[in-house]
Design a protein around this ligand. Sequence first.
Ligand code: ZN
Length: 163
Amino acid sequence: MWSKGVESMAENEIKQGEYKLHVGKIEEGFVIDHIQPGRGMKIYRDLGLDKLDCCVAIIRNAYSRKMGKKDMIKVECPIDQFNMDFFGYVDHTATIDVIKNGEIISKPHLELPKKLTNVIRCHNPRCITSTEQQLDQVFVLTDPENGTYRCKYCETAYRDDDK
Ligand SMILES: [Zn+2]
């Protein structure tokens, strides 16, 4: 990612400008960028950002050269407490900038996880996970093209109507 050189440097500078314009500078935290427009609120809810004490900003329909419009979320708390699989699951085309001391220190690559553990729950009432509550909720990516996940135990496909 860093080897792209001048081009990605230039894009970073533009992004830094965007942060300043819309949400101010972050000292420590992360920015979820290039979220598909309209999906920012879902990520906000599903990640439990409404329950955090720290500063969270959602920018909807921001201008994007690449996408036309995009949503962004700025979170002023360490990213460590979040399950990275979740980000990949909800929107693997989004990007994440991890920020420390006001600088971008890393950009974790997002992809559809092959396996999800305790990210989504099986809706099949006869699934063993419904009765054995201590079992992990494990889903396996069975169709990468359509992003279909199936429960490891009962093979029920997970449907996310909001997505
Ligand atoms: Zn199941």
